[in-house]
Design a binder for this molecule. Structure first.
Ligand code: GLY
Length: 405
């Protein structure tokens, strides 16, 4: 069996009647994202179905926060398909998402005698997926990777689409995702059971990426996603399995369509992958600030650093303010803000530096071209556009809209 004619369906249909699958259509690099309960057990079978009999070893990169039970479920599935497993544990911090960690991982793979035909399995959140995926892209010039995301955020975003990479730290400043590669997985297993151990704040942070997708969804075949998310908000907050499965499958479908249309983020206009950056240029500029704190709708402060998803939620608020100043319907903008409130995502941030400093950080974002800000602006319900011509005063007011004193 060659890679080209390998079966890309990662789970037998008997695995679970509730499993939803979404295909990411990328020619010979196509793969399937499976969403459902108790899928980790099938990772070994997925490797055999996609890669045949050649792989002998699975090199498992596991987030130190993943429960023993979830690790065990994954490892149990390897024995039945005669795959030897080596486990490498990783701390999932932005500081550890570094070239030094890639070096350690590659050394560990060498010691474990991982060969070109073997496979890397990433079990964890977005950081572990990015780091393990990048190591897989580079080790022996590339080995296959299976993504097993364990946070909502990584299920709906980071594990799908093949972006991998690490941060650089220059003079104490963290430059996010500056070194990396496009390396599509051979399959993604989004196992809902892994979400049970997530703390509430981390879980909710993932919902921000879902609101982002809903703000793009009309262009990508699901114009009702925003309305459905509003209706399902209570069930989602309660982590009801059926609602989560529907949410993740529909969000992955949006991401899959975006990626299929512009895998390497080269397109402009209304359909490019850069649209997925909605809320992120604002978000990245405030996320890494040591004194910044998220503020809840009731005026209380969220302790500690702002999570990535929370920064995205604040970025979506700023993007709505920007959209409104450029003609976006106020009723729609308010419905997005109300949904972010419903999902208990932060309403503002305190401890922010001067607006011009935030603006400078945004211009320094790696998505800027020649220092010119490229922003994604909501233009209509479910539609956003990529723009490089936004006047600075409009961006300043958008930043001010999320500032809390
Ligand atoms: N997370 C944005 C992208 O995959 O393009």
């Amino acid at each position: 069996m060659t890679d080209a004619d390998a079966n890309i369906d990662p789970v037998p249909s008997t695995a679970s009647a509730q499993t939803r699958t979404v295909r990411v259509d990328l020619g010979e690099r196509s793969y399937v994202v499976a969403v459902g309960s108790e899928l980790l057990e099938f990772a070994g079978m997925l490797v055999r179905e996609r890669l045949g009999t050649k792989p002998r070893r699975a090199f498992v990169v596991v987030d130190s926060g993943v429960s023993a039970a979830d690790r065990q479920r994954l490892l149990a599935g390897f024995a039945s398909v005669s795959l030897d497993a080596t486990v490498h544990e990783l701390r999932a911090t932005e500081h550890d998402k570094s070239l030094a960690t890639i070096q350690k991982l590659c050394e560990s793979m060498t010691k474990a005698r991982v060969e070109r035909t073997d496979v890397v399995i990433a079990l964890g959140g977005g950081i572990v997926g990015d780091v393990a995926g990048f190591a897989a892209s580079a080790y022996r010039r590339g080995v296959a990777v299976v993504q097993c995301p364990t946070t909502l955020l990584s299920m709906v975003d980071a594990s799908v689409g093949g972006k991998t990479g690490v941060n650089l730290e220059l003079s104490g400043t963290l430059k996010k995702n500056m070194v990396g590669a496009f390396h599509q997985p051979i399959g993604v297993l989004a196992d809902l059971a892994t979400l049970a151990t997530l703390d509430d704040r981390t879980f909710r942070a993932g919902l921000a990426e879902c609101v982002k997708h809903a703000m793009l969804s009309a262009e990508f075949g699901d114009p009702d996603l925003m309305a459905w998310t509003q209706t399902a908000a209570g069930a989602l907050a309660a982590r009801e399995t059926a609602a989560l499965c529907e949410l993740i499958a529909r969000n992955v479908a949006i991401k899959a369509r975006v990626v299929a249309g512009d895998e390497r983020e080269e397109a402009e206009g209304t359909t490019g992958r850069a649209l997925l950056n909605l809320g992120h240029t604002f978000g990245h500029a405030i996320e890494a600030l040591p004194d910044a704190r998220g503020m809840r709708a009731d005026g209380t402060e969220l302790p500690g650093a702002i999570h990535h998803g929370e920064a995205v939620a604040l970025g979506l608020r700023a993007a709505c303010a920007l959209g409104e100043s450029l003609g976006l319907d106020r009723g729609y903008a308010n419905s997005v803000l109300a949904l972010l409130d419903q999902l208990a995502l932060p309403r503002a941030a305190k401890g922010l530096p001067a607006t011009d400093e935030i603006l400078a950080r945004m211009a320094d974002d790696k998505k800027s071209v020649s220092g010119v800000l490229r922003l994604i602006v909501p233009a209509a319900p479910g539609r956003s556009v990529i723009r490089s011509d936004i006047p600075a005063p409009a961006v300043r007011s958008a930043i001010e809209s999320i500032r809390s004193v």
